[in-house]
Design a protein around this ligand. Structure first.
Ligand code: ADP
Ligand code: MG
Length: 480
């Protein structure tokens, strides 16, 4: 029997606010443990939460961008549970009336096809604290700095069918939240993390099978590995005639396996009820309109525009529009010089991305600006540099050598494209190899390579290959 995997993701995106969702405590990352947790964040008796307007605005931005329904009235609810990192005994979240409902993403898959993925809902909630297991040998520490940090929990429909699709969706969402500037997307710092719900059912079955939930995956690689492992594990259980228990599991990257953590709670275990300290959240139309009109060009639209106006392939356009900054870099280069977009795209996706990767830099900090790169490519187009020489110049520019022209002058790296100079070298080579020349003239075309090689050697590789080919051919057939 063939099995089908079904996956739905719950993503927690930390909203890019200065302060917490219900208090004025700062949300800065990396502060000393327990220096950024105030009385409201800790839920001291008698304190009153006050909703952060910015967090609401960012959630609305997201909802508008995915074509969702923005709840004109949404309600904060208490989700009650006991855990050491949650001293107040409940988390303020949203339950049956979230701020964002419906909408979806169009995810570009590896093979270039587009898969629509529904988004069930996105709701506002506060983060809990964090248990620290590696600071003390015999104890677990509790850092409550994160308590009260605003999160947008984005819940997908169970539309995904493989680990690869899940990762593609997650990357698409990651790109979107950064475009919208609602979340910095930093996965190492936990600003963008994901729980994966996985089940496996017989092909053709409509009902969903029992699922497990893998908690707190904080890299694309782990998401992919964990889901792939879990699909395989569940498939084996099914094939052996066993049953899957609904439970929460943890992924262990070292052993590359998931392990049970606890049996999964159902919603009724949390005893949700409307938070009596917070009024229903009511949004007015003009404010929603203001937010709508401030939305940037979204990734999908930008990608389509890159294909239409620059003639780029779907793949190139997808890579270049991965972040607004990278797309801006490309477009700045296009404006700087008249260039074939494909050449610029190749260099941005090749040399530039490789350099950034190697030096662990973001595009904003690229040592070669878009203008400077365009200046370099213009020197290929006008024949000053061969592609190979341009790479050498690029390396020097990357290392702080200045503009392309400065490096070219300083290294004396000019392709010999002066016809007269080149012709005298060719003549000398012909004179030194009369027999080969005679054979070549008699029709042994293969010898062209020999002559090109000789001239290249004599000019230390600085001759323009196109020009050289043309000149040698012209010597053989002066009349043509
Ligand atoms: P909870 O809030 O208890 O985690 P939800 O019903 O809200 O559960 O679903 C959470 C996520 O799990 C959603 O992304 C949903 O698409 C996914 N999901 C629900 N049922 C299944 C299933 N049987 N198989 C795979 N994913 C599922
Ligand atoms: Mg869940």
């Amino acid at each position: 029997m063939k099995w089908e995997a079904v996956i739905g993701l719950e993503v927690h995106a930390q909203l890019a606010t200065e302060s917490k969702i219900f208090s004025s405590t700062p949300t800065r990352y990396g502060a000393e443990p327990n220096t950024q947790a105030g009385r409201i964040d800790l839920g001291y008796p008698g304190v009153l939460p006050v909703l952060n307007r910015k967090a609401v605005e960012l959630a609305v931005r997201f909802g508008l961008a995915i074509g969702a329904t923005i709840g004109r009235q949404s309600v904060f609810a208490r989700k009650n549970y006991f855990y050491p990192d949650l001293p107040k005994g409940y988390q303020i979240s949203q339950y049956d009336r979230p701020i964002v409902t419906g909408g979806g993403l169009e995810v570009v898959l590896q093979d270039g096809s587009v898969k629509p993925v529904g988004i069930t809902r996105a709701h506002l909630e506060e983060d809990a604290g964090k248990s620290v297991h590696d600071l003390f040998p015999d104890a677990t520490g509790i850092d409550l700095n994160r308590a009260g940090t605003p999160l947008l929990e984005i819940v997908s429909e169970p539309d995904l069918r493989s680990a690869e699709e899940a990762v593609a969706y997650l990357k698409c969402l990651h790109t979107l939240v950064r475009y919208l500037e609602i979340c910095d997307g930093n996965m190492q710092e936990g600003s963008f993390r994901c729980d994966a719900n996985v089940s496996v059912r017989p092909h053709g079955q409509r009902e969903l099978a029992t699922r497990t939930e893998i908690k707190n995956l904080n890299s694309f690689r782990f998401v992919e590995q964990a889901i792939a492992f879990e699909i395989e594990r569940q498939t084996e259980v099914h094939e052996d005639g066993g049953t899957i228990i609904q439970e929460t599991r943890l992924y262990d990257p070292n052993r590359r396996e998931t392990r049970p953590l606890r049996t999964k709670e159902d919603a009724h275990d949390y005893r949700y009820f409307p938070d009596p300290d917070l009024l229903p959240l009511v949004l007015d139309e003009p404010w929603i309109q203001t937010i709508a009109s401030s939305l940037p060009e979204l990734p999908r639209a930008k990608r389509d525009r890159f294909m239409a106006s620059y003639g780029l392939s779907a793949y190139d356009a997808t890579v270049l529009t991965q972040s607004r900054a990278l797309a801006d870099y490309f477009e700045t280069g296009m404006r700087a010089r008249t260039l074939d977009p494909k050449i610029l795209a190749n260099w941005v996706m090749g040399e530039v991305l490789a350099g950034l990767n190697r030096d662990h830099l973001e595009i904003e900090a690229a040592p070669v600006s878009a203008d400077e790169l365009a200046g370099l490519l213009a020197r290929i187009v006008d024949g000053t540099l061969s592609g190979k020489m341009a790479k050498e110049v690029f390396e020097a520019m990357w290392g702080g050598g200045g503009t392309a022209d400065a490096v070219i002058d300083q290294k004396g790296l000019r392709q010999l494209s002066d016809t007269g100079a080149l012709e005298s070298v060719i003549d000398a080579v012909i004179a030194a190899h009369p027999e080969q020349w005679a054979e070549y003239c008699a029709g042994r075309d293969k010898l062209l390579g020999f002559f090109v090689g000789q001239v290249m050697q004599a000019t230390r590789g600085q001759a323009s290959p196109q020009l050289l080919n043309a000149l040698i051919e012209k010597k053989r057939r002066p009349e043509s």
